[in-house]
Ligand binder design. Structure first.
Ligand code: TXA
Ligand code: MG
Length: 354
């Protein structure tokens, strides 16, 4: 079914509102700040807040009109459902049917970067789930996010707090750049911990499907739910995670991926040949050594010794490429296993592959 009408009228989209911007401590947020943010959520406004994965743009998940403001602020297509954030299993059970397997996954990985797609309950509006009868739920591992959900007394729907199509925000300053004037409040607690969005898992006993790789790795999931499947090619037409069909995480410049020195060298020659004005390379510390005296700029985005450092820095590095108006970006690529699977998923999207 084609879903229309989930976006607010144009007038609202163009509306500039005053955005309250507050710096909060990531471990021990100021109670007055959280109360102010929670009141805005209760009143049906949006609030951007940090989680351990990326920043989210939140609204009352039980209020369709409030959630429509999220779509309008981000310019998000109405057929891309939202993830609902809860404080734990008890609150999850109020909005979704939680079977034994789902509960075991929650016990194992919550709070943490795992979103579970489960049959929704009546109270969740269709605007949140883009007319699906399932809802994605997660419990974030971040004191600010948890305090906000607890204080508001509501489940909070929150996609990443970026403009649609931009890299997800991993610093409060990224949110400020994208959403100032479009959200009632921004809570800035500095850089997030993980830097890539949560893993999204469709929970079906014996047949769980990894809809989006993220902070919890496939092998970790399999210790609890047995073999985890990848979406089938036939699902591409009607993807199980509708968000995955969009070109995401794209900086303005063209992105090329190279897995070793030779490939990176090849793309560098190509970029120079076609007269790119500003070339930036995203390399690990180790790979940078192979390119000692380049005239082009190199951003070191982590170390091969621990690819979690690359996950942590990737989106900020892509945003930096935009700030410096790079028109040609060469990013080092990695084997797609462990956290490398999530990194490659995002890098391939940045490079425009669906
Ligand atoms: O780490 C995260 O998950 C962050 C933080 C803020 O929690 N949120 C986030 O939300 O990345 P978003 O909207 O950028 O990505 C949500 C993904 C999309 O790919 C969407 O299609 C999928 O989850 N999703 C949401 N509800 C779904 C559902 N009912 N069925 C299948 N996929 C769903
Ligand atoms: Mg997103």
């Amino acid at each position: 079914m084609a879903v229309t009408g989930l976006l607010l009228p144009k007038k609202h989209k163009e509306m500039k509102m005053e955005t309250v911007y507050k710096i909060v401590d990531a471990q021990n947020p100021d109670a007055v700040c959280i109360q102010q943010a929670a009141k805005l959520i209760q009143k049906g406004e949006t609030v951007a807040f940090p989680t351990e994965t990326v920043y989210g743009l939140g609204a009352n998940a039980l209020d369709a009109q409030a959630c429509e403001k999220i779509f309008a602020a981000k310019g998000r297509p109405g057929d891309n459902p939202l993830i609902v954030h809860v404080t734990g299993i008890e609150q999850a059970k109020k909005i979704a049917h939680v079977d034994e397997l789902a509960e075991a996954l929650m016990q194992a990985f919550w709070p943490g970067p795992l979103s579970l797609v489960l049959p929704k309950k009546e109270c969740v509006p269709m605007a949140v789930t883009a007319h699906l009868n399932t809802v994605a739920i997660r419990c974030p591992n971040h004191a600010v996010a948890l305090a906000l959900i607890r204080e508001s007394g509501l489940p909070i729907a929150a996609p990443s707090a970026n403009l649609s199509g931009k890299p997800s925000p991993t610093w409060g300053s990224h949110v400020f750049a994208d959403l100032r004037g479009k959200t009632a409040m921004i809570l800035d607690a500095g850089p997030v911990e993980i830097g890539l969005e949560s893993t999204v898992l469709l929970v079906k006993p014996g047949n769980c499907v990894l809809l989006r790789p993220g902070g919890i790795e496939k092998d970790q999931l399999e210790t609890i739910c047995g073999p985890v499947f990848l979406p089938q090619a036939k699902d591409k037409e009607k993807p199980a995670a509708p968000g995955m069909k969009y070109k995401h995480y794209a900086p303005e410049g063209e992105v090329k991926l190279g897995c070793n020195q030779e490939e990176i060298e090849h793309w560098l020659q190509e970029g120079r040949k076609k007269g790119a004005k500003k070339i930036i390379l995203l390399l690990t510390e180790e790979m940078k050594v192979a390119f000692p005296s380049l005239p082009e700029e190199v951003i070191v985005f982590g170390t091969e010794k621990d690819l979690r450092t690359v996950a942590h820095n990737l989106f900020a590095a892509l945003r930096q490429c935009d700030m410096e108006q790079a028109d040609y970006i060469i990013a080092q690529s990695f084997a797609a296993h462990g956290i490398g699977q999530a990194i490659m998923n995002r890098l391939q999207k940045a490079a425009g592959k669906k």
